[in-house]
Design a protein around this ligand. Structure first.
Ligand SMILES: Nc1ncnc2c1ncn2[C@@H]1O[C@H](COP(=O)(O)OP(=O)(O)OP(=O)(O)O)[C@@H](O)[C@H]1O
Ligand SMILES: [Mg+2]
Length: 203
């Protein structure tokens, strides 16, 4: 999967969040890290690359095909990606397991039984099986992020986008989540345990 940003800009009111950014990420690049100051536009750029935002100017091109600006095209594109954000963003009224099962069923179209199998597989991958029945408030921050990561990976995304997934965690939890992410990066785009890892990770 190749990604090309062609002079991409995103403006919110008077704020120019991203200004004419051009970037080429070829097939052979597996991990891309965006570094910059607070307010510099990293999250916005990540959201543009994942199809969560549409640029005001310029274009985002995947595998030489420009990303469609219409909602149906964007939704299709988003489905092939996995996202993990700074705030844990788990559904507070659903258990850890249900948080993973719901999108597999409703967004990715798996049957209930298949969605549950895949969710359990993903939880096992991140060592969270014994916590599957717990509600998010019963989990530590690090455990919530591991559930978030399991949810982002459960549908075997082509691209995994991570937006500072450890910045809201205390140092011990941070290390725990970073270890899992590091392991994902090392494993590369090959089938590992029961999951096929994404071909690209953008942190
Ligand atoms: N939805 C939005 N509406 C209005 N302004 C926004 C929106 N999203 C981002 N911005 C503004 O765009 C600029 C870039 O924000 P962004 O969140 O991309 O920065 P960042 O590099 O991720 O910062 P941080 O390191 O603090 O997370 C900021 O000035 C921010 O206030
Ligand atoms: Mg940010």
């Amino acid at each position: 999967m190749s990604i090309e940003l062609k002079s991409v800009s995103k403006i919110y009111g008077k704020t120019r969040a991203v200004s004419e950014v051009s970037l080429t990420v070829n097939d052979d690049v597996q991990t891309l890290v965006l570094i910059g100051p607070s307010g510099g536009g990293k999250s916005t750029l990540l959201r543009l690359m994942g199809g969560l935002e549409v640029p005001c100017a310029g274009s985002v091109v995947y595998d030489r095909i420009p990303l469609s600006g219409d909602e149906a095209g964007l939704r299709k594109f988003r489905r092939q990606n996995g996202f993990l954000f700074q705030a844990f963003n788990l559904f507070p009224h659903l258990s850890a397991l249900e948080n993973i099962v719901l999108p597999l069923e409703k967004v990715h179209g798996f049957s209930q039984a298949k969605a549950k199998d895949k969710a359990m597989e993903a939880m096992a991958r991140f060592d969270m099986e014994s916590h599957s029945h717990k509600m998010p408030t019963q989990l530590s921050g690090g455990q919530q992020q591991r559930i978030g990561l399991a949810r982002a990976m459960a549908h075997e995304p082509k691209m995994l986008l991570l937006d500072e997934p450890t910045s809201a965690l205390d140092p011990e939890m941070k290390a725990e989540v970073l270890d899992v992410i590091e392991e994902l990066c090392k494993a590369g785009p090959v089938s590992y345990t029961h999951l096929t890892l994404p071909t690209k990770r953008i942190v």
